[in-house]
Design a protein around this ligand. Sequence first.
Ligand code: MN
Length: 741
Amino acid sequence: MEDKYAPISKLLLALEKTGKKYDVEKIKKAYLHAAEFHEGQFRQSGEPFVYHPIAVAEIVATLELDTDSICAALLHDTVEDCGDKVDVGAIRREYGEEVAMLVDGLTKLVQIPFEDKEDEHVENLRKMFLAMSKDIRVIFIKLCDRLHNMRTLSAKRPEKQRVTALETMYVYAPLAHRLGMQRIKQELENISLSYLDPIGYAQVKEDIEKRYGQSRDFIENARNSISEKLDDSKLKYSLEGRVKTVYSIYKKMFENNKSFEEIFDFYALRIIVETELECYTVLGIIHDMFNSVPGRFKDYISTPKPNMYRSLHTTVIGRDGIPFEVQIRTWEMHRIAEYGLAAHWKYKTGAESRAEIDQKLQWVSKLIDVEDETNDHDEFMHALKIDIFHDETFVFTPKGDVITLPQGSTVIDVAYAIHSAVGNKMVGAKINGMIVPIDRVPQNGEIVEILTSNASKGPSRDWLKIIKTGEARTKIRQWFKKEKQAENILVGRTEIDKEFKKFNRPYTEEQREEILSNVASRIGIQSVESLYNTIGYGGISMNKVASKLRDEFDRIVKPLVQEPVEVDIESLNKQATPRKTSKSGGVIIDGVDGCMVKFAKCCNPLPGDELIGFITKGYGVSVHKRDCPNVIANMKKAEYEGRWVSAYWEQGASLMGTSSQFFEAMLRIFAKDNIGLLAQITVALADMRVNLVSVSTQKRADGDIIINLTVNAKNLEHVNSIVSRLKSIDNIDDVTRGFGS
Ligand code: MN
């Protein structure tokens, strides 16, 4: 009979080799469940999906994490990918609270897609740290998951490869570094680089191999002479040589603008001994044998790196004047150097007592909260946060709580981040003990104290213009909504009055009421009064209201302009000499003199397009593209008879580059849903120096997407060149001149 556990035989063997106690039955059960849930799912490489969680579990096993971590690794994609078959509750019932919590943490992490966009990026990190603060094993497993995805990245589409590699380079590798997990970090960096700069990667790799070949004699010689001396000393040691990683050499070359020939220490010897004292003994021996390079000795034993890395580093000059690095450490230091924080989880099994795990977690959450200022790990966590969240600001409360805010946040944002009650009662603020203005933007690491008073009259409407965070905005609006109804109504009414004044046409009070109640119901608001109120507390932007207001106004209030001019479109088209008009935006309208011309928003005509004009009521002539769907649909309608006029571009308006005027062109892109696509489009536009006015995307039922772009273009030729450039982007199926809804 075929062994149903054959696919995890490697995993089980690896666990056995650790010599630690694992609940093998539980792990086997988790595997069978994973296989069942992922039944019929395949990876892009074509292999059964379940191979992925097995591989992740194998990597987790190298970290010697506990039974629950192995189970969670096996089940990590089930809730996400097989939601119809299993949920966190089911996992909790089968495997207990911890596995459920780990799987849940891993599920939430993948639900935040990375799209090169700052806010999502930061949100992704925030969620990750939150999950990490609950249980750091979530991050360990996540890193293993990412590592396996990187190892198998070649099966993905090139665009996906680039985005994943970028994300790995900028988020996961630094995270692994901060957690001291060098082994995973280096592999993540190397694989990422091989996708991000394949040519550079191959070049450095070849250079290293060549140099290694040339230096073999030298390396052998150095090793042998050191071995001899260490043997004499009667120390128990392990000596290994290693070529530095492609990425570390690549980085040195590019950061220091050096050629490969100028990078000397591509090779390092590592000596591992039993005790700390022996490290220094070995250092003495090495320095006796070789001349050391000044300034290159680093004692990370007495002063560990923030990520807990400890070792002695020295660079010495070998035979023929070739320098090489020697790293000296104990086995304990070695384990921490390779696995970092995960090394602390070694030797823990499912039998580990709850209290001890809780204590471990407490220590981790202390790292997150940066609460205990005397804790050595504060600095580590502080560095971690500052380094990884470079787009966020961290401030401290006087109690030492850390508050994370988007860069540019003010002290008001800090107040609302603490609590809405603090914000609402805020009367001032101190930074590092000094009173500061209320719009002050605190810097990283500053201590912000919010001054409150029960006599405070509440937030000011002006604050809405100063603050940065959505949280503060929401809370301030809530306050106004609740506390200041009468005032809101007054503010809202004043805003509306301003809009009515802009129309500059007489209207009656009844018309006003009718217009406003129409606007209110179009927005979904019950009454005119609550429309005022909503505008007053900022629940809706005046921009949104204004367009509907104008719409209704035009419908209800009679225009002042003359009756539409009767024109026969056929005869107009035949007219030889168009009469020029002023304020025409480069457009000549036949048969109508001196009228206002505007470009229709539905099709945004460009110089070079064939045009037609439509005489609006009270707005002059609206100019459409001749083939605009609105023109085609309305051309024959009786009610519009006589209102179509022919229109031409002024001479010169269609010549590339001669017009300094830009027109808005709408483009509609039909594409495969692809997370890096928007970035590629923006890059292409930036390349062509085309200004992007707006962008929106809509998903289609088939999973593909439509991207609506509005760009500034000079004329038709210019737009055509933009279109053909965009069409050359992978995953874009088609690009058309779009028409608005
Ligand atoms: Mn996965």
